[in-house]
Design a protein around this ligand. Structure first.
Ligand SMILES: Cc1ncc(COP(=O)(O)O)c(C=O)c1O
Length: 396
């Protein structure tokens, strides 16, 4: 029998969809994909060139477990310049993706009996990551009518003497919410008062629209910074999902423990990808800004289309590249053999009938909605929305 930690993992609701998509594609069916959480842009050329150069320069061996000093120093410069946060390279660890950085932090802080507060809707992996440490995820529902903003009162009520940390993600996947300075200050102070660590996942920090501002919670006071582990990476900002480079910045003793852990688990992050990432931080050539202009155009079109479909309402996301339309008015409707009871049924219906792949809200803790990623071309978004609208009209 396998270990309990694996048995206790809930299979992702998106896995079913992903395997169905693979099956359909194998049969030659063309699927318009809006279920994937990665930019559709290529890694900028200068970064790719650095990746190629890395191999010729011999960056093919183990690096220090926490990443090269060069890269950690470059990240420290970035954090100071862009986020107004002062960290030394010893307070930074580079990992194989933000995902590993999050897992390192949770394994370092949490154990059996601890509780971790997670505002819901949440990113799918948070729950399973917390469960892997033996701690208990405590979900706190945020309101769609409040644009999924942080509800401080609700979070306050969920604190117990077992609460070890809170995971916040701004800009948010899946809701696109961006937490304001005031909300972050309140949460930060609450955590300081109650001796709770803050995992601040800022992976979408650069994908923000309408002049919104990203605030790093650690800038709000020294006391808050001392309780914060900032998580970020190159995946979303530089279209580098496959390179697997993420990082964490935080108090030296925590980073040291995370580095010990990482050393035993994966030795260190991928060496050539670290070299390429130096270029991302040093010379991004406005690639992010260009991506944001295109995402913004798609965001406005997509949300406008969705709100013009009878039965759908959709908040305008402020950041990241996801829209979360409320589709609950279709629950209870049917067509031929399809009976729509929840977000999973609707996701299956859209996949089979419209050949449009979305992610069911159920996977993110909110069954009234589906998640549509606009990390797909404008042409495909137009085609996808036409097909989705046509299919939904069949449901009576
Ligand atoms: C909220 C959030 N955090 C972290 C990650 C993981 O990023 P990485 O590719 O750096 O592991 C993702 C990826 O989808 C994400 O959505």
């Amino acid at each position: 029998m396998f270990a309990k930690r694996v048995q206790n993992m809930t299979p992702s609701a998106t896995i079913e969809i992903t395997s169905k998509i693979a099956e359909l594609k194998k049969q030659g069916v063309e699927i318009l994909s809006f279920n994937i959480g990665e930019p559709d842009f290529d890694t900028p050329e200068n970064i790719r060139d650095k990746g190629k150069e890395a191999l010729d320069l011999g960056h093919t061996r183990y690096t220090p477990a926490g990443g090269t000093i060069d890269l950690r120093e470059e990240i420290a410069k970035k954090l100071l310049k862009e986020n107004n946060l002062e960290y030394t390279y010893q307070e930074i660890i580079v990992s194989n993706g933000a995902k590993q950085a999050l897992m390192n932090a949770l394994l370092t802080l949490c154990e059996e009996g601890d509780e971790v507060i997670i505002p819901s809707p949440y990113w799918v992996s948070y729950i399973e990551m917390v469960k892997l440490t033996g701690a208990k995820p405590v979900l706190v529902d945020m309101e769609e009518s409040d644009n999924f903003n942080l509800n401080i009162e609700k979070i306050k009520e969920s604190i117990t003497d077992k609460t070890k940390c809170i995971m916040i993600n701004t800009p948010n996947n899946p809701t696109g919410a961006i937490y304001t300075e005031t909300q972050l200050r309140e949460i930060g102070n609450l955590c300081v008062e109650n001796d709770i660590f803050i995992l601040s996942d800022e992976i979408y920090e650069k994908l923000i629209y309408d002049g919104e501002k990203h605030v790093s919670i650690g800038t709000l006071s020294k006391e808050i910074k001392d309780k914060t582990i900032l998580i970020n990476g190159v995946s979303k900002s530089f279209a580098m999902t496959g390179w697997r480079i993420g990082y964490a910045a935080g108090p030296k003793d925590i980073i040291k423990a995370m580095t010990n852990l990482q050393g035993h688990m994966t030795t260190g992050p991928n060496a050539p990808a670290q070299h390429a990432s130096l270029e991302a931080f040093r010379n991004s050539n406005n690639s992010v800004e260009k991506m944001v202009v295109e995402f913004d155009r798609r965001r406005k079109y997509l949300v406008d289309r969705l709100n013009n479909i009878q039965g759908i309402t959709c908040n305008l996301p402020k950041g990241a590249f996801y829209a979360m339309p409320n589709v609950s008015s279709f629950y209870g409707k049917s067509w031929e053999n399809y009976k729509i009871k929840n977000s999973m049924d609707l996701t299956n219906f859209l996949l089979e009938e419209a050949k449009v792949a979305v992610a069911p809200g159920e996977a993110f803790g909110i069954d009234d909605n589906i998640r549509i990623a606009y990390s797909n071309s404008m042409d495909n978004i137009v085609k996808g929305m036409d097909a989705l609208e046509k299919a939904l009209k069949k449901l009576k």
